[in-house]
Design a protein around this ligand. Structure first.
Ligand code: HEC
Ligand code: HEC
Length: 265
């Protein structure tokens, strides 16, 4: 296999025999093909294995994802199988995760940030996230892959959430919750009340959470708005992550984990 890589002249045969010729021919010139070949050779991977690999996994291997992630277990970042499970039934999960990988993210899985990936194209992001979301747990003990939950006690009552309100081992809120506080009190408070306490203009969103409104539902209502009733549409103004932050802040207020005013950061 490696011997094919020694000479550029061997290249077309290598590619043809592997069924990859169409893929590479889309490239405009020989320099593109040359680069593609060098890439293949540098990795020292068998071409048939690459051909069989889903496009999203190819993107992950060509980028730096595997320096922090593995499919089945936590490294610096969460196991990809855990990401797939956590977002399995969330509408709009793909957009949320594309945004996280593109711009970087922190706070969902702990306090280590994932750096942004400005170099990935929209198509590469789409492919890599589709692949991550397609990963199903292998036959492992289910406990190893259940989505993480966070347990708090407030006034003797147990509260379990699927996101952290505080940085591990502290009383300081996560950057996401703090951002939610800032956004809420900049954009939502004038109708929904300062610190999410409700007002005569619009419902108390803590009550909405108590009534069972999920993050996905709140995001959807906030994105679409209810214009006839005076609730503006925020799509295009807020990213899904901004709305996630607002939801986490409101939920923190709902369960008395976050008080009024500036939460400790
Ligand atoms: C330097 C380490 C690092 C690299 C490189 C990295 N990640 Fe991450 N990733 C993390 C950490 C840490 C988190 C958890 C962030 C959080 O808690 O919100 C994470 C979270 C994620 C999530 C879940 C995001 C969420 O909102 O829950 C996805 C999906 C993901 N990474 C995919 C990727 C992909 C795809 C790549 C490569 C293009 C990549 N990561 C590269 C460290 C990394
Ligand atoms: C200009 C006033 C106004 C602003 C600003 C506003 N809302 Fe609303 N919102 C409303 C009104 C009025 C309703 C009630 C609509 C109805 O009766 O269906 C509402 C309803 C909602 C609901 C549905 C609640 C439920 O239980 O059905 C959500 C969720 C919501 N708003 C989120 C937000 C978020 C998040 C923000 C800030 C990004 C925001 N709103 C900003 C006026 C506003």
């Amino acid at each position: 296999m490696r011997s094919h890589c020694k000479s550029m002249q061997d290249m077309p045969n290598v590619l043809k025999s592997s069924g990859l010729s169409i893929w590479f021919r889309r490239g405009a010139g020989s320099s593109v093909r040359g680069r593609a070949l060098l890439w293949v050779c540098a990795l020292g991977l068998a071409l048939p294995a690459i051909a069989a690999m889903p496009p999203g996994e190819k993107v992950a291997r060509g980028s730096n994802c595997f320096s922090c992630h593995a499919v089945g277990h936590k490294v610096v970042g969460p196991a990809f199988v855990a990401v797939a499970q956590r977002f399995a039934h969330q509408p709009g999960a793909k957009a949320v995760l594309v945004h996280a990988v593109k711009f970087g993210h922190v706070g969902t899985w702990g306090n280590i940030p994932m750096p942004p990936h400005p170099d990935l194209t929209a198509q590469q992001l789409d492919e890599v996230i589709s692949w991550v979301l397609s990963i199903r747990p292998a036959a492992q003990p289910a406990a190893a892959v259940v989505a993480k939950t966070y347990h708090y006690t407030v006034d003797g009552k147990a509260v379990t959430l699927d996101f952290p309100v505080f940085r591990p081992g502290t009383k300081k809120v996560t950057p996401t919750v703090f951002r939610g506080y800032e956004l809420f009190n900049s954009y939502c408070f004038r109708c929904h009340g300062e610190d999410a306490t409700g007002s005569e203009y619009a419902p108390d969103l803590r009550q909405s959470v108590l009534n069972g409104m999920t993050e996905a539902q709140m995001t959807q209502i906030a994105m679409e708005g209810r214009k006839a009733k005076g609730m503006p549409a925020w799509a295009g103004f807020f990213s899904p992550h901004d709305l996630k932050a607002i939801y986490e802040y409101v939920a923190g207020r709902t369960y008395h984990l976050v008080g009024q005013g500036d939460p400790p950061e």
